[in-house]
Write a protein that binds this ligand. Structure first.
Ligand SMILES: C[S@@+](CC[C@H](N)C(=O)[O-])C[C@H]1O[C@@H](n2cnc3c(N)ncnc32)[C@H](O)[C@@H]1O
Ligand code: SF4
Length: 444
């Protein structure tokens, strides 16, 4: 086999931009700003609430999310105790009439918690934070093995509108190759329990680009997912990142071949879902056209703040994005969770990045341009008093040259090729400073 190139400059898979800036651009905040001051004067009538549960039964080979395997000696109880303390401190920092419009439990695997612990998690969101979980969209992530009937019953009863199941593949051989110990029978049983629990929206996560995955086996997984008529589907290109299980396995095909295979799988997956009545929302996300909009969790006003609780959660005010320390390596993750659990004073922000007016424009552009419906130029102008063409001429010229922009006089919209290259287009919109910070971040 020819040696793989180190990293071709033009790989379509540079990074998944789900938030800007990425956590690896955050740094310790030496002044440790007081939350009350950070949140003072912020709009708080439609906040988002995110609770992070950093536990899993296994560590999948591809995963670099902030999570650990197992929870020795009552660690989940201690973690919920810390969440409770943090929620109390954060609520004190918010206005008395602050309101939440959206809630999500993510991970890791929130359903790693027992049914009783999930009740407590909901109590923290409701009683400590004041979120009315039955009145707002509530999205919860689950894995097949932990999506048990008793847990799902609690989640349905407490108002979950969207249950997102990590499936990745319906082919057992591919699950093994992705180092995800999972059998199809177990996935099908979990999907049956989820449908029986009656959540308005079922989302299924699938991954393409796994070793040994072919066009035929990919379509087989898509059809197996479609049989459940999920309201949403997320198709993730496989990333192999430093310090994950797969990163230590060595390369089986050249980077260029792998990129080409992922792009081909993306196109066939997209076309398959479009032909089966799904609409494309972003490169990864597809929504069943006939599905009711109830429980729609994607929409959040660009200017609303986010309150994240838990040691892997990010919070956003208009001036500062902040969180706790971040790591992938198992020992580091355990250390950060142990520190979090031992924390008594949650009144300050520890790690983060302040927003500048230029970064606010970039964030707006990154977050709306990577959506299939694109960005109304008038909306941008109303918010910033300028146009994207005035603010980002070089970036948009590069997109134009590559054929990534669709022809639309009112909106800035990616073409199908632009959307296919979202993970390259997104990072091209980052500021040089954010690129520098991300490059300097030492993976741990
Ligand atoms: C928090 S997990 C989902 C819930 C649950 N922990 C599970 O795995 O079933 C989020 C999703 O991110 C995707 N993901 C994580 N790491 C990835 C990677 N390296 N490449 C592609 N997709 C990845 C997977 O599809 C995964 O389901
Ligand atoms: S993919 Fe899900 S179950 Fe696997 S390690 Fe990551 S968060 Fe945990």
């Amino acid at each position: 086999m020819t040696p793989a190139p180190v990293r071709p400059a033009e790989s379509p898979y540079r990074s998944y931009v789900y938030a800007y800036p990425h956590k690896t651009a955050y740094r310790p905040l030496p002044e440790r700003p007081v939350l009350r001051e950070l949140w003072g004067g912020e709009p708080q009538h439609a906040l988002s609430l995110y609770l992070h549960v950093p536990f899993c039964e296994v560590r999948c080979g591809f995963c670099n999310l902030f999570t650990r395997i197992g929870s020795p000696d009552g660690l989940t109880t201690a973690y919920l105790d810390a969440l409770d303390r943090q929620a109390t401190a954060v609520r004190e920092a918010l206005d008395s009439d602050a309101r939440f419009a959206l809630a999500a439990f993510g991970g890791g695997t929130p359903t790693y918690l027992t049914a009783a612990e999930l009740e407590r998690l909901c109590d923290i969101a409701e009683q400590r934070m004041g979120a009315d979980l039955r009145a707002v969209p509530l999205s919860v992530e689950a894995s097949p093995a932990t999506a048990t009937a008793d847990r799902l019953e609690v989640l349905a009863d407490r108002g979950t509108t969207r249950l997102s199941l990590g499936v990745q593949t319906f082919v057992d051989r591919e699950a093994r190759s992705a180092v995800r110990p999972q059998k199809r029978a177990e996935v099908e049983a979990a999907l049956g329990r989820i449908r029986a629990a009656g959540f308005p929206v079922l989302n299924i996560d699938l991954i393409y680009g796994i070793d040994g995955q072919t066009q035929a086996s990919w379509l087989h997984s898509l059809d197996a997912a479609l049989a459940w008529q999920p309201e949403e589907l997320y198709l993730y290109p496989l990333y192999v990142r430093p310090l994950t299980g797969l990163a230590r396995r060595g390369e089986l095909e050249s980077q260029a071949d792998w990129d080409a295979r992922r792009l081909a799988l993306y196109r066939s997956g997209r076309d398959h879902l479009l032909a089966h009545g799904y609409q494309q929302v972003s490169m990864r996300m597809f929504r069943r056209a006939a599905a009711a909009q109830a429980g729609r969790s994607e929409y959040a006003c660009q200017t609303d703040g986010m309150v994240g609780l838990g040691c892997g959660a990010r919070s956003y005010t208009s001036r500062l994005h902040y969180s706790f320390d971040y790591a992938v390596n198992a020992t580091e993750v355990r250390g950060i969770i142990d520190d979090y659990v031992a924390t008594e004073d949650f009144h300050r922000a520890e790690v983060g990045r302040y927003t500048t007016p230029e970064e606010a424009r970039r964030r707006h552009l990154v977050q709306s341009l990577l959506q299939a419906e694109g960005m109304p130029v008038a909306e941008y102008r109303a918010r910033f008093g300028s146009t994207p063409a005035e603010d980002f001429p070089a970036e948009l010229a590069a997109f134009e040259t590559r054929g990534w922009l669709a022809d639309d006089p009112l909106r800035l919209v990616l073409s199908p090729e632009g959307l296919a290259h979202s993970d390259l287009a997104g990072p091209m919109l980052f500021s040089p400073e954010v690129h520098r910070l991300m490059a300097e971040y030492e993976a741990k």
